[in-house]
Design a binder for this molecule. Structure first.
Ligand code: NAP
Length: 308
């Protein structure tokens, strides 16, 4: 039997990734979606989650693709109604909210998935194996994209709880924490917040792994020209490994060893289907912890106002 899904939030990521990934998986059925204003073609739409769930009690799971600021309330309502929840990243706007969703799912006996899509990029597991096989000297993250190109009209990103440049940056941190198999501890951070916004547009982080490996990260939302989503690793012996294009390409000592088409969302939905079948949840908060810690120890710098 296909798992019956309702989509909550019908914006960019729902249209670009969730709808095709659900429709491409025979074990899933897209019943309906809800969004206050957006109405993509070919999907039965309701204005809000309550009316969608009332009209379709057969929905077994919801995928919440809204901005993070409203995710906790929606997730808790869905869980209380007995639905499994697939949470777009970040799983909530705060650590407390994310932990509360996981606890509610456990109480109600439903599945919750924190959907760290970048962890499903083709190079990530090979990179992790490469790192497990040798002592590591250092790690660098360079995550630089043009917010005007990739996030047009998404005002919520620069509002409180929208995370600013950490909206894409948390993808790098989700890969990093998977590679490390644990926490990335933030020692220092510089957060550059436009004077008319509430979230950073650029950030630099000094981190360290639990084994003491230094990690430096640069996140930039104002990158024009070449866009960069790379993680660079150097071993103690001097070998290098790099993940580029968000984990799609893996290089060792400068040569590509893996270059596969990405299928992050199909793979993530397979994982979700499996979790539901096994009655388990997967809510890893380590990427969100690193972002929260950057806000806790970070020095705030006022930057030029941002206008789209
Ligand atoms: P978006 O284009 O702004 O879409 C968000 C959608 O959520 C909008 O359509 C909005 O409604 C809807 N919404 C807001 N409040 C709602 C509510 N209470 N109930 C139902 N729908 C509600 O943003 P996005 O790019 O899709 O991003 C959404 C999430 O996905 C973010 O957490 C982001 O980090 C994550 N994500 C985005 C990307 C990407 O490439 N864009 C990639 C991976 C993950 P209306 O438009 O109907 O007003």
């Amino acid at each position: 039997m296909a798992l019956k899904i309702g989509l909550v939030g019908l914006g960019k990521i729902a249209v670009d990734q969730h709808i095709p990934a659900i429709r491409g998986n025979k074990g899933l059925e897209l019943v309906a979606g809800c969004s206050p204003a957006s109405a993509p073609d070919g999907i039965l739409r309701y204005p809000d989650m309550g009316s969608m769930l009332a009209a379709h009690p057969e929905i077994e799971a919801v995928a919440i693709c809204t901005p993070p600021q409203v995710r906790h309330q929606l997730a808790c309502e869905a869980i209380a109604a007995g639905k499994h929840v697939f949470l777009e990243k970040p799983p909530a706007a705060t650590l407390g909210e994310a932990a509360s969703i996981a606890a509610a799912a456990a109480r109600h006996g439903v599945t919750a998935l924190a959907g760290w899509h970048s962890r499903f990029a083709p190079g990530v597991e090979s990179a992790r194996n490469w790192m497990l096989a040798r002592p590591i000297k250092s790690i660098q993250i360079r995550w630089k994209e043009n917010v005007r190109q990739w996030h047009p009209g998404q005002k919520w990103i620069f509002e409180a709880g929208g995370m600013g440049v950490f909206d894409p940056g948390i993808n790098a941190l989700s890969i990093l924490t998977r590679l490390l198999g644990g926490h990335a501890l933030v020692r220092k951070a510089a957060l550059h917040v436009p004077s008319n916004c509430s979230a950073p547009i650029q950030a630099e982080l000094d981190m360290v792994s639990e084994r003491g490996v230094p990690i430096d990260a640069e996140f930039d939302f104002l990158q024009v020209g070449q866009q960069t989503w790379s993680i660079l690793v150097e071993s103690v012996a001097g070998d290098t490994m790099a993940l580029h294009l968000g984990g799609r390409i893996m290089e060792v000592n400068g040569k590509a060893v893996l270059d596969e088409p990405e299928r992050e969302y199909p793979a993530m939905y397979e994982h979700f289907r499996q979790l539901v079948a096994e009655g388990r949840s997967d809510v890893d908060l380590t990427p969100l912890q690193a972002v929260a810690d950057a806000f806790l120890v970070g020095k705030l710098h006022s930057a030029e106002p941002y206008y789209e």
